[in-house]
Design a protein around this ligand. Structure first.
Ligand code: SAM
Length: 279
């Protein structure tokens, strides 16, 4: 596995809010599976195109990129060697052969200028202290006329019922912890100015809303039980360390979120933002 060498020293790696646990790997796959069509249905790359997927993680989006564009060549890059090993094994198990993996920091890309035909970035900018600079770096390795696609969530878009004070607080903690670590869980709403200021042209942003009630229990399970709540539970240690909530209010908030996922009269709504631009 020549492109995956070992750990990269970077302050960008240590500040990653979700971490690299086994549970987080499963969560990334559940997240991608639950909203695959919503986010990917309009992304196809032509035969022969060389596509950079930046921040591929464990390959949860890579599998869809590779399947949907079987005649394009995908180069999946991440800063984490561990995630890349998992991604490579996963893509191999899916029988896909149009993906190569390489370990690199988005701020120090080992590619010459104008190297890629297209770039795809999903759930990465929200974790970076300098997302605008990352976009500028990505633009450098993109060919003139090439496309960039960026998908990010926006935790401020989330509504649910039943809603309790504690459930709202635990959700707010997720946003605050990510902000303290230098990220921005509200980045989705800012994609248009981010891409425009990074000198991309023809920027187009489309909100992708996931609305779930109990007419679709499978989606409620995958998206809320297995994606959203584990994401919130993942910041418990920081919340306690920083005294953002007391332990019993935290437990109540998490239990209340499980009520949303499992109650008959519950609803849950969340909006992702998908932006495209041209160099
Ligand atoms: C939330 S995960 C998303 C993974 C994948 N795109 C998905 O949607 O399933 C964010 C990924 O960004 C990677 N990442 C964070 N900072 C990075 C950097 N500076 N350079 C490259 N990758 C980075 C992390 O290692 C992690 O795998």
């Amino acid at each position: 596995m020549s492109g995956i060498t070992g750990d990269i020293e970077s302050s960008n790696l240590t500040s990653y809010v979700h971490g690299y646990s086994e549970r987080e790997s499963a969560r990334l796959h559940d997240q991608a599976d639950s909203v695959r069509d919503l986010l990917h249905h309009d992304t196809r790359y032509p035969a022969g195109n060389l596509v950079l997927e930046m921040g591929c993680g464990v390959g949860a989006q890579t599998v869809t990129l590779a399947r949907n564009s079987p005649d394009a060549a995908i180069v999946a890059v991440d800063i984490s060697g561990d995630s890349l090993h998992q991604a490579e094994a996963f893509i191999h198990r899916q029988g896909l052969s149009n993906v190569q993996f390489r370990q690199a920091d988005v701020f120090d890309l080992p590619y010459e200028e104008e190297y890629f035909d297209d770039i795809f970035v999903c759930h990465v900018l929200e974790h970076l202290k300098q997302p605008a600079e990352a976009l500028t770096k990505l633009r450098t390795v993109l060919k003139t006329g090439g496309s960039i696609t960026v998908i990010e969530g926006d935790h401020g878009s989330c509504t649910f019922r039943p809603e309790s004070k504690e459930a709202r607080q635990v959700w707010r903690c997720l946003i605050d912890v990510q902000a303290r670590l230098g990220g921005n869980a509200l980045i989705g709403r800012g994609l248009f100015p981010l891409l425009s200021r990074a000198q991309f042209d023809v920027v187009h942003v489309s909100p992708r809303m996931v609305y779930i009630d109990h007419s679709n229990p499978r989606l409620m399970d995958r998206f809320v039980n297995r994606t959203i709540i584990p994401m919130v539970e993942g910041v418990r240690a920081q919340v306690m360390d920083w005294g953002l909530m007391d332990p019993s209010s935290w437990e109540r908030g998490i239990n209340d979120l499980y009520q949303v996922a499992n109650g008959d009269d519950s609803t849950f709504c969340y909006t992702f933002y998908k932006a495209t631009g041209i160099k």
